[in-house]
Design a protein around this ligand. Structure first.
Ligand SMILES: [Zn+2]
Length: 235
């Protein structure tokens, strides 16, 4: 079970856009979302509605509806008389999101231990295999996407709709910084042991260990935030 947000995260980068059968505003939102979370449109940058509407050959009404979708997702801020700008999160904002996200990972992991069936286990293991293949190839982007899919698959196995939705929204809002971070880091064999232990613990339905592991897995993200605040670097 995946939320729409999760599908947005997992969607292939839209090469040929506006060909799907989803409502136009949803497709336009997908196009702009892709540019925001991959740091093509930068934080604080105004979204040039007219330019994008021309690029996509759409009118301004679905364009506005698309921006409303992105504003609900908190990726875009709608400013009266100024139009839409890409949300700019401070280090504190990101730390706040990460605090909640880390707890949701733990809650989701525990629920997944209780709820997961064989097909959930297999799904999680499939994502792990994809991650290891990407790691072997040294393909960072592929690794990043498989890593996201792996962690989302665990949360999906929780079967808790509310949790899945809130978790996916935070994933989306944290996507950009995690994406930039992975481009800086080595594609890690180092995390492979942790991922295998997550799978084993899920299969063993060991809820206490799962909560610990899920939280510990985010120490890397926290270290990154520490680095940024020390270096006074804009996330
Ligand atoms: Zn991971």
């Amino acid at each position: 079970m995946y939320s729409n947000f999760a599908q947005a995260i997992l969607a292939e980068p839209p090469g040929q856009i506006l060909e799907g059968d989803e409502p136009l505003p949803v497709q336009i939102a997908g196009y702009i979302r892709h540019q925001i979370i991959h740091d093509i449109l930068k934080p604080g940058e105004p979204i040039r509605e007219r330019v994008i509407a021309e690029q996509l050959n759409v009118s301004r009404t679905p364009m506005r509806d698309a921006l409303k979708i992105l504003s609900v997702e908190r990726l875009v801020e709608l400013i009266p008389n100024r139009g839409a700008v890409v949300v700019k999160n401070s280090i504190d904002d990101i730390a706040d999101m990460l605090t909640v996200y880390t707890e949701l990972e733990a809650i989701g992991g525990v629920a997944a231990c209780r709820m997961a069936n064989e097909s959930d286990f297999l799904n999680v293991e499939r994502q792990l295999a994809l991650m290891e293949a990407a790691s072997a190839e040294g393909d960072r982007i592929k690794y990043f996407r498989a890593n996201q899919a792996f962690h989302l698959a665990i949360i999906a196995a929780s079967r808790n709709k509310t949790l899945i939705e809130i978790h996916a929204n935070l994933s989306l809002r944290l996507y950009r910084v995690r994406y930039l971070a992975i481009l800086e880091q080595e594609v890690g064999q180092s995390r492979s042991a942790e991922h295998h232990e997550l799978v084993d613990t899920l299969r063993a339905r060991d809820t206490a260990r799962m909560a610990e592991l899920q939280k510990a897995h985010f120490t890397v993200a926290w270290r990154l935030i520490d680095d940024w605040s020390r270096l006074k670097r804009q996330p």
